[in-house]
Design a protein around this ligand. Structure first.
Ligand SMILES: Cc1cc2nc3c(=O)[nH]c(=O)nc-3n(C[C@H](O)[C@H](O)[C@H](O)COP(=O)(O)OP(=O)(O)OC[C@H]3O[C@@H](n4cnc5c(N)ncnc54)[C@H](O)[C@@H]3O)c2cc1C
Length: 371
């Protein structure tokens, strides 16, 4: 029996997968699928309970702008949930709502193990079957692929992406390695519980001056750092690269490049970021010098036509698309490229241009842009 070939398969149903899924529908695709290893929005649902969005939500649709955290035209987390800084669980519920409202063809509990190209088609291996597609959109995100190594003894630490909630952490004296958003978020919630925190970073993210929150801390984190609990309980150690973590006699020792040793009886927290899921399909992409996939102007592989990347790992020149309001600009670009390859007119995607969700000029808005 001949196996059916879908027009497109999207891997992952997080913010990027659901958003590009809606754009594919608006582009006129009828035969496509989203495959999700857990449930819709499961990365957001796995955030520590206390963690909230740093980008604020505000209902601005009525004047032709999009809520910063919206992934589809006509949707607004602020409007549907009446919260400005949603928790991860709230946002997962929002994604489920959007998927339901737009009747997206999502198959949950389906983990993709491998993607290969055979002739003109892609084979997508799941645990139960092999699916075929003319196009693939890789939108499997970063959160479920944390950087667990990176320093000697990092296995002794707890990665912040594995913390279900800060209330569950025992101990009073914490060392956090890494001082960007996840580190500051952890330090903030621990300080709210009157825990003593020492936060070490190889650079100084707390003073970096740039307008791009992909590179510097967000306004919301700066506000938190000025709160009295934070000021009282958190000690900052800038320009302090950690070289190793060891443990002897129940005491953790965090050794730094300048030969200091920070001791604590509480398991150190490693806010070391993510390696990202794109590593699983890197054989289908050329790599940039920084290791991220090299993409065409339509976010397609330069090596294997037909596979696209969507989400925070998208890079063009020095542009880092790691927030929703950034990478959503690419949904319509990807959807239009797939629709065009299938001979569909994709006229509805023009609406995206009016709503600021159709960025086809990458010459503006770089890292230091103030426009
Ligand atoms: C603590 C924290 C705070 C943040 N705050 C903000 C913020 O305020 N504003 C903002 O814009 N961004 C924020 N971000 C970034 C934001 O969370 C990410 O940009 C977003 O999750 C990326 O969405 P995604 O769909 O690419 O990935 P994900 O949300 O991780 O979705 C990927 C989906 O793919 C599925 N998947 C993974 N592997 C497979 C596989 N092999 N087969 C099938 N399915 C698979 C996963 O289950 C998951 O549901 C924050 C991130 C963190 C960690």
């Amino acid at each position: 029996m001949k196996v059916k070939t879908h027009d497109a398969v999207v891997i992952g149903a997080g913010a990027a997968g659901v958003g590009v899924g809606v754009a594919l529908k608006d582009a006129g695709l009828e035969d496509y699928l989203l495959l999700e290893r857990h449930t819709i929005g499961s990365s957001f649902a796995a955030w520590p309970t206390e963690t909230r969005f740093i980008t604020p939500s505000f209902p601005t649709n009525s004047i032709g702008m999009l809520d910063l955290n919206s992934i589809a035209i006509g949707s607004s987390p602020a409007y549907s949930m009446r919260v400005e800084h949603p928790t991860g669980r709230e946002y997962a519920a929002h994604l489920k709502q959007v998927a339901k409202h737009t009747a997206l063809p999502i198959r949950e509990n389906t983990s993709v193990l491998r993607v290969t190209k055979v002739g003109d088609e892609f084979c997508i291996d799941t645990e139960d079957e092999i699916l075929r597609a003319r196009h693939v959109v890789w939108a499997a995100g970063e959160y479920q692929y944390p950087r667990l190594n990176g320093l000697i003894g990092s296995e002794l630490c707890r990665h912040t992406a594995t913390v279900g909630g800060y209330e569950e952490l025992e101990g009073d004296d914490f060392v956090i390695i890494g001082g960007y958003e996840s580190g500051v978020d952890a330090a903030y919630h621990l300080s709210q519980r009157n825990k003593h925190v020492r936060m070490l970073d190889s650079g100084c993210p707390w003073t970096k001056e740039t307008s791009d929150p992909s590179v510097a801390l967000s306004t919301s984190s700066f506000e938190r750092m000025r709160e009295s609990h934070f000021e009282q309980h958190v000690e900052l150690f800038p320009n302090t690269p950690v070289v190793s973590v060891s443990r002897s006699g129940g005491v953790y020792e965090v050794a730094t490049h300048d030969e200091r040793v920070f001791q604590t009886s509480t398991q150190p927290l490693w806010a070391g970021g993510f390696v990202g899921s794109h590593r699983l399909v890197m054989d289908l992409f050329e790599a940039r010098d920084d290791g991220f996939p090299l993409l065409t102007e339509n976010d397609e592989s330069t090596l294997v036509p037909g596979i696209f990347l969507c989400g925070p790992a998208v890079r063009h020149d020095n542009h880092v698309f790691c927030f929703i309001y950034k990478y959503r600009q690419r949904f319509a670009v990807v959807a239009k490229a797939i629709a065009t390859s299938l001979g569909l007119p994709a006229e509805r995607l023009e609406e995206y241009r009016n709503w600021g969700m159709y960025l086809d000029d990458l010459s503006c808005c770089g890292e230091e842009c103030v426009c």
